[in-house]
Structure formats: C-alpha cells, structure tokens
Design a protein. Structure first.
Ligand SMILES: Cc1cc2nc3c(=O)[nH]c(=O)nc-3n(C[C@H](O)[C@H](O)[C@H](O)COP(=O)(O)OP(=O)(O)OC[C@H]3O[C@@H](n4cnc5c(N)ncnc54)[C@H](O)[C@@H]3O)c2cc1C
Length: 507
C-alpha cells in the first residue's frame, strides 16, 4: 500500500521508497515528521539553510493527502478574499493574498533550480456560477479579490462543456504532479546530507529547555527543534478542536471525443466540483473532484463516487474511469491555516495544518514560515497564521458548532452501539460496529469470509469509529483519525491503532 486508503490514486505509480538508515544517536538541528509536501519542502529549506535535518515518516513519502490530492496551484483560496477581509481586516487579507503568488513562485524556482521533471504547467483558472445564487457568490468573490489587488476578469465563454450563468478567468495559476515534485525535493534534500527515515511512527515528544526528545517506533531521537508536518499534529492538542477533518473524492476519466479542457475549472456548488487534465502513461485524463463531507459522517461513501461520476457524465463525453480515490483535508474554524508554534509548546515545536483544499500552496509557504521562525525567530505571516490565535469573532459560531458536533457524535455513537445487532448477522463484504458482551467492536468480513475484528474505540479521544466502504477503512468522526481493517493507523492525529482482537473468530 502506498497511500492511506484502499483505492489507487493517479499519482501512486511514482511513489518510491527511500532506503536511508537513520542514525538516532546524534543530536539533529531539526526533526521534521511527515513525508508530504509540507514535510519535504520544510526539510529541504532548513537543510539548505545549513541545518542538520532528519525527516521521519510513519509509512512512505506521499502516503498522506499529498498522494491523494489533485494538485491545482492557486493564488485564490477556499477562504475567499471577501471572507478574509470581513474576518481579519483588509491589510491581513492583502497579506493572505501574497501567500499564493509567493508559494507558486517558490515551486517554480525549485523546479527550475533543481531541474525537477514534474509536469508543471501554468494554467488559467475559470470560476463559474451555475445559477442565480452562485452568481451572487461569484460577484462577492470578485469584489473581495479586487480589494486585495487580485485579478479576476468576467468572460463570456469557459472551456468546459457545462452550462453556466456567469464566469471569471484568473490568470497565472498552475498544476503539477505532486509526487514527482516531492520526490525531486527529496532527492535534493538527500544530496545535501538530509536524512529520510520511512516506516517510522512518531509516538510522543518530551520538550526540554535545550532540546526535544521524540519517541518513535524505531527508538528515541533528539533535536533542537521539532516540526510536525503530519497534516494535523499527533497526540491531543487544541488544534483538534479548531480543525475539522473532511473527505473529498476524485475520479480520473478518459474522454471519448478527446475534447479535453486544458485549463483549471471550479463551479460554485457546495461542495464545489473541480477539474483539470493530467497526462499519465501517454494518455490524457480529466480529473474531476468534489462530493466533500465531514470524515465519518457519510453512511455510504461508495455513493460519493457514484454521484461524482454521474455528474461528470452529464456534462463530459466520458469513456472510462481509470482511477477513483478519496482523501482527507482539514477545515480551520476561522478559515486561515495554522502555521507556527504548536500550542502548548515552549517554542521548540512547530506545526502546520488547516489547509482546506489549498495545501499545495499552504504546505509550500509553511516551509518558508517555519524556516524563518526557526532561524530568524520571526515571519511576516507569524501573526495571521498563529496556531494559538483565538478569534472570537471570526468563525466563532463555526467553532461552537464544530465543537458541539464532536461531543454529539461521541454520545450518539455510545448509544448507537448499544442497539447493535449480533455478530452472526454480518454478511461477506460488510462491516459493522457491534456490541458484544458489553464491549464495542468494529467488524469487517471480506468477500472470502475472512473476518477482521478490532475494538471500535479510537484511541485518540475515545470516540467510536465508522466504516468507510470506499477506502475500506474505519474513520473517526471526531478528529479524523483513520485505521485499516486490522486496526493499523492510516491517518493521524492518533498515534496508536485500534486494538486488534483476533484474525478469524468463530462465527
Ligand atoms: C481530494 C483532495 C484534493 C485536493 N486538491 C488540492 C489541490 O488541487 N490544490 C491544493 O493546493 N491542495 C489540494 N488539496 C489539499 C492538499 O492536498 C493537502 O493540504 C496537502 O497534500 C497536505 O500536505 P501535508 O504534507 O501537510 O500532509 P500529508 O500529505 O497528509 O502528509 C502528512 C504525512 O505525515 C505522516 N504522518 C502522520 N502522522 C505521523 C506520525 N505520528 N509519525 C510519522 N509520520 C506521520 C503521514 O503518513 C503522511 O505521509 C486537496 C485535498 C484533497 C483531500
């Protein structure tokens, strides 16, 4: 398995394993945990700045969302500039607008300087309104963008076969192959003396005055600084209450008529659909995404793929769906990412999370922000992205809503499991959470009859997991931790698996 799900993403063929054997005896300047775009970009930037770095990854490079992304490079975000102005003020919104341009430039510079062959291309993006309500939304987006100096122009045509009311074009956006890019950065990092250790789960840390001791599945390792580039930091942290985990779905299709739309496209549905083309093995494929929902909150995740496919087939002359996969992202309660000192740390531990659907950009800018914070002790983005910020006005109602939903899920699941049916009612190919002799279990029966039984309580914050039929995983509806059918951790913030009971209990 190369990704945190049972389905294969379009990027997966390019995942390669690193073979370096790490020396855990020496004192490192910085340990970076997480082998996605955030971790590898940050590790490289710090190593380039003369720091001795080690990157630790629980599975393999690209195992997390970087291996399940769609890799559009945008300088407009899921949090619109209008929302940013309203909640953070015009000058902070202008600073927010600098992030996209700066990050795309950083990516382009890396590609050029290190000659990374990663299918990078500059593209125009089209935002289009499908009805009158969306037209209002579009107007709002364009007005906010113009206040921060961001160019969006109304156009009469879009290069997508989708009927629309109104549309804008946004120049100078981009796309690339995220795994080829990260591999390119990884190779440069190694050539500069950086160390990558895969299959290394980081379990907990101890922060001392002069160093941080990190406990991992491969032993303890010590550094002056620690960066959790794990998409959401592991362990228990306030960031698990200010970020909510969501799933998004993507399918890559070939088209019968070869009428590919070469630019990037986004409608304004909620959740929105997004489009781009990627060439894989000499064939062009249309990647369409959407159908997002809160992790663990969709009864039948397989239906999300059916809905997405049916929608795309209505508009495009689809031939074959070659790849379909889902992946996870984090919604911050006030709309801005959290990049900086880990809340509760004395100043030696950093993190980056809450990227929404813009993590290629925020992951890249995190490398600059975290390097500046570690080396210079400051960054121009320090305040607006501070993980410890509390904005009682911005997103406060969302904060309360997300927080209370978590408590509700917890209680509802505890009650739900009490009513659960007996073990013998499980059919082949089915999964259920069952109550048996006062304990709650997550049970999955393969089509060949093999049963996988684990305790259903997520070890992170003791919520009950739910079945994700699309990726054959147990997903926690509270903070997004995910596990395979044998209970092995796939996605944090948990650092432990579900307790495994036995391979094949008697029926
Ligand atoms: C379907 C989908 C489409 C998207 N499309 C776009 C897009 O078009 N453009 C865009 O900008 N953004 C997009 N995003 C968002 C973007 O892909 C993510 O924000 C980004 O990939 C996150 O990168 P990361 O490095 O922070 O995290 P990840 O890629 O998730 O990497 C984190 C790594 O940390 C490892 N890890 C976790 N816990 C531990 C531990 N305890 N010990 C050791 N290792 C650990 C994991 O195994 C993982 O490999 C999309 C997201 C989704 C879900």
């Amino acid at each position: 398995m190369y990704r945190d799900g049972a389905r294969k993403s379009i990027w997966q063929e390019e995942v390669k394993r690193y073979s370096s054997k790490a020396d855990f005896q020496q004192l490192y300047d910085v340990i970076i945990v997480g082998g996605g775009i955030t971790g590898i970009s940050t590790a490289l930037k710090l190593q380039q700045a003369g720091k001795k770095c080690i990157l630790l990854e629980a599975a393999n490079m690209g195992f997390g969302t970087t291996g399940g992304t769609t890799a559009h490079l945008n300088d407009f975000f899921d949090t619109t500039y209008t929302e940013a102005i309203k909640d953070f003020g015009l000058s902070n919104a202008k600073l927010f607008a600098e992030v996209g341009k700066e990050a795309i430039e950083m990516i382009e510079t890396n590609i050029k300087n290190f000659t990374i062959n990663c299918d990078f291309a500059k593209k125009a993006a089209y935002l289009f309104a499908l009805n009158k309500d969306q037209q209002k939304k579009l107007k709002d987006i364009v007005e906010g963008a113009s206040k921060v100096g961001h160019e969006m122009k109304y156009v009469n045509e879009i290069p997508f076969p989708i009927p629309f009311e109104e549309a804008v074009i946004i120049p100078d956006q981009g796309q690339f192959h995220p795994i080829k890019y990260c591999r390119g950065l990884g190779d440069v990092f190694l050539s500069l003396g950086g160390i990558i250790q895969e299959d290394c789960l980081c379990e907990s840390h101890d922060e001392h005055e002069d160093f941080v001791m990190l406990k991992t599945s491969k032993g303890e390792v010590k550094a002056k600084y620690l960066v959790y580039a794990t998409h959401i930091p592991p362990g228990l942290n306030v960031l698990h209450f200010t970020n909510a985990a969501y799933r998004s779905y993507a399918i890559a299709f070939s088209l019968k008529d070869n009428h590919y739309s070469w630019e990037l496209g986004y409608d304004l549905n909620e959740p929105y659909h997004y489009y781009r083309i990627q060439e894989i093995n000499g064939e062009n494929l249309l990647i369409a995404g959407g159908e997002d929902h809160k992790t663990g909150h969709e009864e039948n995740t397989g239906e999300c793929f059916s809905r997405l496919e049916n929608y795309v087939r209505q508009h495009f002359n689809v031939e074959t769906a070659y790849y379909s996969w889902s992946s996870q992202y984090y919604e911050p309660v006030d709309g801005f990412p959290y990049i900086g000192k880990l809340p509760g740390s004395n100043g030696k531990i950093f993190t980056a999370t809450g990227f929404r659907g813009n993590g290629m950009i925020f992951g890249t800018i995190s490398s600059q922000i975290l390097t500046d914070l570690i080396i210079l002790g400051k960054s121009k983005y320090e305040e607006i992205f501070s993980p410890s910020r509390i904005k009682p006005i911005a997103g406060f109602s969302n904060f309360v809503k997300e927080g209370s939903e978590v408590v509700f899920d917890f209680m509802k699941d505890k009650l739900f499991t009490k009513k659960i049916i007996s073990l013998s009612e499980i059919k082949s190919g089915e999964a259920k959470v069952i109550q048996y002799e006062g304990e709650s279990y997550a049970l999955y029966k393969e089509t060949n009859g093999k049963v996988h039984l684990v305790k259903s309580t997520c070890p992170h914050a003791l919520c009950e997991v739910r079945w994700n039929s699309a990726e054959l995983s147990w997903d926690c509806p509270c903070h997004g931790s995910r596990f395979n059918v044998n209970g092995k951790m796939l996605t944090g913030p948990t650092v432990k698996g579900l307790q495994k009971i036995e391979e094949n209990p008697e029926p």
